[in-house]
Design a binder for this molecule. Structure first.
Ligand code: BTN
Length: 331
């Protein structure tokens, strides 16, 4: 019998699952279920059993347990439905599939191994099995495409806030939403939207965080970091996920209830400015159609970055790659 399938049932269960249900779903005998449970136990999974209620997964080697997140999560919409995958190509893609199947706003997709993670600007996103967070949130706000940018800025401050709450590290944001610790990238956010008519049909907000990674491949080893490297301690991915989702719900609905009209009026915009290392700095911008240098002045009400170029021109940037000049060169 396929233990992976049994594991999937146990992981996604909201508590105990009866042996009878498992044997029905997997089309095997109750004895085969019992044997497979013991096999899981022998590889480090803690599976509780109760004569009347069946089986429940209590812990596993280094894995995220969706049921535990559900139990600890204090939100009303974001994360009410959590879909967990032991492995997938990209959680943004799982969210897209979920949306097609009619999943609700606030559904969250999490994996322990993302094998084709996508980064911004068409880059690939590095992921180490069981050592990082890859999650996506499905959102269906009634906002026009030009007003969607704050959603990803809100995600940035939610991650920064969650990290300082759960690990104590001082985390900064590089516009729009690179998650930096000590000038190195510990996480990133990829927002993908589908537009239908006037409004966004949906937004998928993908969040990647390097939690307990100790070594990075050569191509990013000088620019990437992790919470473990920066804090010297292993962190709980489940607690961080809960903290991110709780903060995101607070800021997102605050913004949405004001119809997503104006970034400046909401409390999160001050939080964003406070966390954003780009403001007031010399920057170099490389976007699809231009390359220039200047000083980052402010974030406007739509989340765009306002830059005064070296030629004294005011440039409003809605996307692109911004390098910030620090003490040791640009990053
Ligand atoms: C960046 O390049 O800064 C954005 C990285 C975003 C990575 C996350 S991991 C979860 C979600 N799924 C993906 O394929 N990408 C995002």
């Amino acid at each position: 019998m396929d233990e992976e399938k049994l594991l999937e049932i146990l992981i996604n269960a909201q508590g105990y699952v009866s042996g009878e249900r498992i044997s029905r779903e997997l089309d095997v005998s109750r004895t085969a279920v019992w044997k497979a449970v013991n096999k899981l136990r022998s590889t480090g999974f803690i599976v509780l059993s109760s004569t009347n209620r069946g089986y429940m997964l209590a812990d596993g080697p280094d894995m995220i347990i969706a049921g535990r997140i559900r139990e600890n999560l204090n939100t009303s919409t974001i994360g009410k439905n959590i879909y967990y995958f032991r492995e997938c190509d990209s959680t943004n893609e799982m969210a897209r599939k979920g949306e097609r199947e009619g999943h609700k706003e606030g559904s969250v997709y999490i994996t322990d191994f993302q094998n084709s993670g996508k980064g911004r600007m068409g880059r690939q996103w590095f992921f180490e099995r069981n050592k990082a967070i890859a999650m996506s949130i499905l959102l269906k706000p009634e906002v026009s495409p030009d007003r969607m940018m704050p959603v990803s800025l809100i995600a940035g401050i939610s991650v920064a806030g969650a990290l300082s709450r759960e690990t104590g590290v001082d985390c900064k944001l590089k516009w729009p939403n690179d998650i930096l610790i000590n000038g190195r990238k510990a996480g990133g956010i990829l927002a993908e939207a589908s537009i239908e008519g006037e409004y966004a049909k949906y937004i998928i907000l993908g969040i990647g965080l390097n939690c307990n990674i100790e070594h990075f491949p050569d191509y990013i080893k000088n620019t990437a970091t992790s919470l473990m490297i920066e804090s010297g301690k292993e962190c709980s991915r489940e607690l961080i996920i809960c903290a991110v989702l709780e903060l995101f719900e607070k800021y997102y609905f605050e913004w949405l209830n004001e119809n997503g009209k104006n970034l400046r009026r909401y409390s999160y915009s001050d939080v964003y400015r406070d966390k954003c290392i780009t403001l007031g700095k010399k920057v170099t911008v490389i976007s699809s159609d231009k390359e220039f240098s200047g000083t980052a002045e402010d974030i406007d009400e739509l989340g765009n970055l306002q830059i005064i170029s070296n030629d004294n021109e005011k440039i409003v940037l809605s996307s692109g790659e911004v390098s910030v000049r620090g003490e040791n060169g640009y990053y």
